[in-house]
Design a protein around this ligand. Structure first.
Ligand SMILES: NC(=O)c1ccc[n+]([C@@H]2O[C@H](COP(=O)([O-])OP(=O)(O)OC[C@H]3O[C@@H](n4cnc5c(N)ncnc54)[C@H](O)[C@@H]3O)[C@@H](O)[C@H]2O)c1
Length: 260
């Protein structure tokens, strides 16, 4: 593997599992110094160990993205250790869903705090560092749910559409400083989250989780779900020099789901 990110500092939220975990391993395998941020301490530490084993350097920082002080402390630790932030991958997120008339306000507020405020906070904390450097790239993880719709997912779709709007505005604002900001919109990707989603949504359709996932796979052109490593590959491309003229986009990585 070529070392596209040799000694670059990459901050990844939601690094304990899934897409964030796969991204940490991918960036480390290409020479990056990776800061893994997650609320799940044990799994996050395992990610950092695995990332360091790829030959890069890695640290685990326990961080609840809902908390600005937590995120400030995490970025301060990164700055103290490595003195810069070249890449931010904002992947921490969660899914909740259910019928619109029954959305509890506290559930909505928590989802917004994780999926939207968490992303806004991480973007706003690395922006001044990247402006000072005159370089940097941000990749926010949205979802196909931010571009398309289905029943019982108003809350989740709203947060993921919000991430796209945030990304576009940040791209305009930070572009003059040489910073790119893009979003990735994964389709159904085999992670802990999607297994939980499958059981929940499947139940509303009288299907098992496995049956729902099979249906979703069949809805794609490629007739299969994504692996987290395949999303991480696109994230790494967006953070690479090959994508330096690419900004403000929300890239669909959905195996052709949107075509059906
Ligand atoms: N898996 C999919 O099918 C899919 C599809 C589209 C978009 N996404 C998005 O991709 C991102 C990653 O999801 P994933 O599929 O890898 O799921 P995942 O559950 O495997 O990973 C999410 C990570 O975020 C962390 N997290 C949750 N709340 C947090 C908080 N308050 N503070 C810090 N960390 C927190 C979790 O501990 C976990 O490690 C999410 O933003 C999700 O919405 C996933």
């Amino acid at each position: 593997m070529t070392h596209r990110f040799h000694e670059q500092v990459v901050v990844i939220t939601g690094a304990a599992t899934g897409i964030g975990h796969a991204s940490a391993v991918r960036f480390a395998s290409e020479g990056a110094r990776v800061a893994c941020l997650d609320i799940e301490t044990t799994k996050n530490e395992s990610t950092a160990v695995l990332a360091a084993e790829q030959g890069g350097d890695a640290i685990a920082v326990t961080c609840d993205v809902r908390s600005r002080p937590d995120q400030e402390a995490a970025i301060a630790e990164v700055m103290e250790r490595w003195g810069r932030v070249d890449v931010l991958v904002a992947s921490a997120g969660m899914y909740v869903g259910g019928p619109l008339p029954e959305v509890p306000l506290d559930r909505w507020e928590n989802l917004v705090a994780v999926n939207l405020t968490g992303v806004l906070t991480s973007n706003s904390l690395v922006a001044p560092i990247m402006i000072d450097q005159g370089s940097g790239t941000i990749v926010n993880i949205s979802s196909m749910a931010g571009k398309t719709s289905w029943p019982n997912s108003a809350e989740y779709s709203a947060t993921k559409s919000g991430v796209i709007g945030l990304t576009r505005s940040a791209a305009m604002e930070l572009g003059p400083a040489g910073i790119t900001v893009n979003a990735v919109c994964p389709g159904n990707t085999v992670t802990e989250m999607v297994r939980k989603v499958a059981v929940e949504i499947g139940a509303t359709l009288d299907m098992t989780g496995e049956e729902w996932l099979e249906m979703r796979a069949n809805d794609t052109a490629l007739k299969r779900l994504a692996q987290p490593e395949e999303i991480a590959g696109v994230i790494a491309f967006l953070a690479s020099a090959d994508a330096r003229y690419l900004t403000g986009q929300a890239i669909e990585v959905d195996g052709g789901l949107i075509l059906s």
